[in-house]
Design a protein around this ligand. Sequence first.
Ligand SMILES: Nc1ncnc2c1ncn2[C@@H]1O[C@H](COP(=O)(O)OP(=O)(O)OP(=O)(O)O)[C@@H](O)[C@H]1O
Length: 336
Amino acid sequence: MSNKLLEINNLRTSFRIGDKYYAAVDDVSLTVNKNEVLGIVGESGSGKSALAFSIMGLHTKARVEGNIFYKDQDIANIAPAKLNKLRGDDIAMIFQDPLTALNPLMKIGDQIAETLILHKPEMSQKQRKDRVIELINLVRIPRAEYVYEQFPHELSGGMRQRIVIAIAIANQPDLLIADEPTTALDVTIQAQVLDLIRELKDDLNSGVILITHDLGVVAEMADRVAVMYAGQIVEIADVHTLFENPLHPYTRSLLNSVPAEGQDKLHVIQGVVPSLQKLPRNGCRFAARIPWVDESAHEENPELHEVEPGHFVRCTCYSHFYFPDESKEAQVHGNS
Ligand SMILES: Nc1ncnc2c1ncn2[C@@H]1O[C@H](COP(=O)(O)OP(=O)(O)OP(=O)(O)O)[C@@H](O)[C@H]1O
């Protein structure tokens, strides 16, 4: 039996700005397997959330092209009613900000019960309440009966995020998409929430897409990592390879922006991801941020190349890349 849960082929998600459509996700292809965490990293504006929302079918006004196969069913192109059934049942999402994900006027217990009413209408009221209590316990919030009756503002940020997780896992989804699930939390609570996601993945044998800009979180949690820049995946590899042998200039820059033990110098590439309207649509999208790399090093229509099994890099410029304050000679001889 196939281990593959999700297969995305050539996904393009475009937003209408003025009278034109601009792609925020462009030519993205990836897979997620059972019991696997795929980390997606990239700086703000690189298209991570647009990708997650496209998988969930939540971009009602965007133009979504390409295929998103969930267990052989193309969910990018199915009837909204069918997608509604899958969403929250088979595929669930943990949103970045629990305050906006939760209804401030609704009791915690009722909010968790809502997803059960929608997806498990056969449950009796008693069964539903028992399951909600079980879920609150599962996300390790003490005094579940009491919390059932509380409102979101009465809980701490960490507890609210656990409630969001309880809602996401209520129907034991096969695929969990977590969009910056710990950004709003302090470090200790962050570690607890990540532990919880990992345990749930193991218990349910689910696949997880973990979106983050925090490389520490990726190193800790992910089995494989996709690096996004300006709407495209520029590098994808298993986590060990990505950290040990990063190739794309953008990946190298991201990794170099995190201070490591014994490293005396950070090589950080200046600049930001361009806005959708200003994005170059032909050629290597990162070229403008590495002007010292010769133009001829870039491909006209850069594609992902498999440089070793399972390790893909976009644009051949990686083989000519060096940090401006490193000697070009050192890079050429592989001593960077
Ligand atoms: N609904 C929308 N309409 C128009 N442009 C949008 C819309 N949603 C996102 N964008 C644009 O698409 C690009 C990608 O945005 P996205 O939110 O996916 O980035 P991100 O990598 O998730 O960033 P962050 O880490 O800040 O959440 C950005 O340029 C953003 O301004």
